[in-house]
Design a protein around this ligand. Structure first.
Ligand SMILES: [Zn+2]
Length: 253
């Protein structure tokens, strides 16, 4: 079971075991399959903006329909730590985190090696989705997300479920300029004797430090550079973006 594949309306979508068990929470991690974009964006590109805009729009529509969402919302991701609460039709603008308490609004994070980090508190009716690249990771985005949900919606860290979508694994996350790029505290996640880092372990550690129960954190076990099911910027350079989506189910769903 764990992180497992489903075919929904012609799309091959992954789901996390823990999140699929949460009442009222809809989520998915897309693969490259099932879209209309042409190479090198083939085929379900959700954010590589050099692609044909009509193809991008068609892909996003397919995804929203497959998940039964009234709308799909995404931000211009800038590798920062700004998080936006999407209520009453608010537009996200530039942000790397999206949160909502409104049913039917799909929060989309687009990645090709960075992690998407889903946070869900079904009892409070709140979900969030964060873009955690290595910059966001080093800047403390996981903890910022937990703090945001506490402040804005009164969600205690212990109530949260977290899931980390596929990103660069410790097998491939090489940083030849790590001395300039990564902070001192990040060296605990260095793979010994290499210039590779375990970014997923860093995200998990930051969530635990923020008060999320380790047993409530699920990881995908997939590396985007190793697995051709996903877009990978480091592997392919000019390529698309796959998506991680979370939403609260519409009433009556
Ligand atoms: Zn790898």
């Amino acid at each position: 079971m764990a992180f497992h594949l489903h075919e929904i309306s012609g799309l091959k979508l992954y789901q996390f075991q823990s999140l699929s068990r949460l009442p009222g929470v809809v989520h998915a991690v897309t693969t490259r399959a099932g879209g209309v974009s042409r190479p090198p964006f083939d085929s379900l590109n959700l954010g590589g903006e050099e692609d044909d805009p009509a193809a991008l729009a068609a892909n996003r529509k397919r995804l929203a329909r497959a998940l039964g969402l009234k709308r799909l919302v995404w931000a211009r991701q800038v590798h920062g730590t700004r998080i936006v609460a999407l209520e009453n039709g608010a537009a996200p603008g530039e942000a790397d985190g999206l949160a909502t308490n409104e049913p039917g609004v799909g929060l989309l994070i687009k990645t090709a090696d960075c992690q998407a980090l889903v946070l869900a508190a079904p009892a409070k009716g709140v979900v969030a989705n964060l873009h955690v690249g290595w910059r966001g990771n080093a800047a403390g985005m996981p903890g910022a997300g937990v703090a945001f949900l506490k402040k804005r919606y009164g969600v205690a860290p212990g109530e949260l479920h977290a899931a980390i979508a596929p990103g660069l694994g410790a097998c491939c996350a090489q940083f030849v300029n790590h001395r300039n790029e990564l902070p001192e505290w990040f060296y605990q996640f260095r793979v010994q004797g290499t210039d590779r880092f375990d970014l997923e372990a860093s995200t998990v550690a930051q969530l635990v430090a923020a008060g999320v129960g380790p047993e409530r954190i699920e990881t995908s076990g997939r590396c985007t550079m190793c697995s051709h099911e996903f877009f990978s910027y480091r592997r392919d350079k000019v390529t698309g973006r796959f998506g991680t989506v979370v939403a609260l189910a519409k009433e009556g769903n």
